[in-house]
Design a protein around this ligand. Structure first.
Ligand code: C2E
Ligand code: MG
Ligand code: MG
Ligand code: MG
Length: 292
């Protein structure tokens, strides 16, 4: 009897596993159709220099305009994509569409740096840099200096020497590279020395809590110090309030991005947002302090 029951459970488990695999396959084929059907869109979130009140760039953030479920955030579909067969086609679509958009902005007279998020699987495919070069050739009007790649710091830790080689190839094309969610990957000083990235992007969890948690403030200050020591740029994500910006300016981080500055918006809305952007007076006052 026990054996029977055991076998029965085994069958049940099998059926559940089977159901999950089938659901995953369905999701993957649905996403694959969505790419061909043009259902993905990029929204853009500005990055500003909080000292000067100047817009320095915009990050492309993917959304799925699902015909039935509405606009879906990356968390709703990227987990089914990452590390799978779709990571590359979707990632290539993102690069192509961001360049198309930048090309359109340039035609309108808007010069802005565009940051593109790159997944680990996509970055480590064969010839990532050669594909990137092809995108740049498709858009000769887009200077490579206006393109930045955001790589998760954790991606870099997969295989530091391979990733640093790819970063070097991309930088040779003229694009810049930022380490996203910096501080979450426990990067040692040795790793940072090996990774020729231009910018460290402080993870928003530290920024969010630095006003109330002394340890988080210490981490933020530590990353700013690292960026100075290694001569990298530093930017904070998750600037949700004026107070976040004030404190960041005090500890020497001048670049910021977050809901307190602007939420991600459709590409069409960005030029008007830039024209009407005014930096908070409090940030101006901090920046005017002579000892900063
Ligand atoms: P990320 O690259 O670290 O992007 C920042 C995320 O934080 C975005 O969420 C943004 O909307 C959100 N955010 C910005 N400012 C604030 C703030 O002040 N407070 C809070 N609470 N959140 C803020 P989103 O758009 O949902 O993207 C989530 C993640 O999905 C991104 O994190 C990135 O890792 C990934 N992702 C987005 N677009 C792409 C893409 O085109 N390709 C790839 N491979 N990954 C992408
Ligand atoms: Mg990012
Ligand atoms: Mg980030
Ligand atoms: Mg993040």
């Amino acid at each position: 009897f026990a054996k029977e029951q055991g076998r029965g459970r085994y069958h049940l488990f099998d059926a559940e596993q089977n159901r999950q695999m089938q659901a995953h396959r369905q999701t993957v084929s649905r996403i694959s159709r969505a790419i061909s059907a043009g259902e993905f869109v990029l929204h853009y979130q500005p990055k500003v220099d909080m000292r000067e009140g100047r817009v320095v760039g915009a990050e492309a953030l993917i959304r799925w305009a699902h015909p039935k479920r509405g606009l879906l955030p990356p968390a709703a579909f990227l987990p089914a994509v990452d590390d799978g067969d779709l990571a590359i086609p979707l990632g290539e679509w993102v690069i192509g569409d961001a360049m198309r958009q930048l090309s359109e902005w340039l035609r309108q007279g808007l010069q802005i740096k565009v940051s593109i998020n790159i997944s680990g699987a996509h970055l480590q495919q064969q010839d990532f840099a050669a594909h990137l070069e092809q995108h740049l050739r498709n858009h000769p009007e887009v200077p490579a200096s206006l393109i930045e790649l955001e790589l998760l710091e954790t991606t870099a830790l997969d295989d530091v020497s391979k990733v640093s080689e790819i970063i070097t190839q991309c930088r040779a094309l003229g694009v810049s590279v930022s380490l996203d969610d910096f501080g979450t990957g426990y990067s040692s000083l040795t790793y940072l020395k090996q990774l020729p990235a231009d910018t460290l992007k402080i993870d928003r969890s530290f920024v969010r809590d630095m006003l109330s948690d002394a340890d988080d403030l210490t981490i933020v200050e530590g990353i700013v110090g690292l960026s100075r020591a290694f001569r990298r740029q530093v930017i904070a994500e998750g600037v949700e309030s004026e107070d976040h910006g004030k404190l960041l300016l005090r500890v020497g981080c001048h670049l910021g991005q977050g809901y307190g500055i602007a939420r991600p918006m459709p590409a069409e809305a960005l030029p008007e947002w830039i024209r009407s952007y005014r930096q908070p007076v409090a940030w101006q006052q901090v920046s005017d302090m002579p000892w900063l």
